[in-house]
Design a binder for this molecule. Structure first.
Ligand SMILES: Nc1ncnc2c1ncn2[C@@H]1O[C@H](COP(=O)(O)OP(=O)(O)OP(=O)(O)O)[C@@H](O)[C@H]1O
Length: 218
């Protein structure tokens, strides 16, 4: 599904964080948003998620964003799993809330846990899983809901380098064909994952590592 952001302006109180910002993301495109700390990367995702008021327009698959919707899934660094529910029951929960029948939601949850490499861990509680595995559960939970757009806010910021590298591989694989906006500080991650990298604050769209690095450090 395509995502169009037109003349987006967002502020908190009297300070304007994003001003007249526009971005088009084509169906299935993976766009990385980079930029210096405080430039408004998270704010952009929150606006697309419908969590903050904004001026301008945001449309997903032709529908105007007016508030939160499960069509636009937001993934954070914090996995947000419920500690008392097993991995499979965490993945199933939003499906249950959507009214997906029990057998169908179990099948869908198991399928996604398999796709993120967690076969055999379905009945583990979050505290029995590593940080990377909990992020995999979060990814399965998000994708099982079949969102039109996936919004990821520094999802791997807390992971060690090796786990992060394996999550980057996984994301490339499972989000192939899914419209994605991915925020990161990490220039290598931006260049590795993005079909396109948007550097917020400069309005530039760049693929070259040195150009992005210069813009992020500016
Ligand atoms: N709820 C809020 N109330 C007031 N100001 C806020 C709020 N959230 C963010 N800000 C301010 O808006 C600006 C942009 O914040 P935002 O989190 O979008 O930046 P960011 O680019 O994601 O930063 P970082 O890379 O450090 O996470 C910052 O100056 C921040 O202090």
């Amino acid at each position: 599904m395509s995502l169009h952001v037109r003349s987006l302006t967002v502020g908190y109180g009297r300070s304007t964080v994003l001003s007249d910002f526009s971005l088009d993301v084509g169906p299935g495109e993976f766009v990385v948003v980079a930029g210096p700390s405080g430039c408004g990367k998270s704010t952009l995702l929150r606006a697309v998620a419908g969590l903050v008021p904004f001026a301008g327009s945001i449309t997903v698959a032709g529908q105007a964003v007016r508030g939160p919707s499960r069509d636009r899934a937001l993934v954070f660094q914090d996995d947000g799993l419920l500690p008392w529910r097993t991995a499979v029951r965490n993945v199933e929960l939003p499906l249950a809330l959507q009214g997906v029948p029990r057998t169908q939601r179990r099948a869908r949850a198991l399928e996604w846990l398999g796709r993120v490499g967690l076969t055999g861990f379905e009945d583990y509680l979050p505290r029995e899983l590593s940080g990377g595995m909990r992020q995999r559960v979060q990814l399965a939970r998000t994708l099982a809901q079949q969102p039109s757009v996936v919004l990821m806010d520094e999802p791997f910021g807390a992971l060690d380098a090796q786990t992060r590298a394996s999550m980057q591989d996984l994301v490339t694989e499972v989000l192939d064909g899914t419209t994605t906006l991915f925020v990161t500080h990490d220039v290598d991650e931006a260049v590795l994952l993005g079909d396109r990298v948007v550097v917020l604050g400069t309005g530039e769209v760049e693929r070259r590592r040195d150009a992005i690095l210069a813009a992020v450090k500016a």
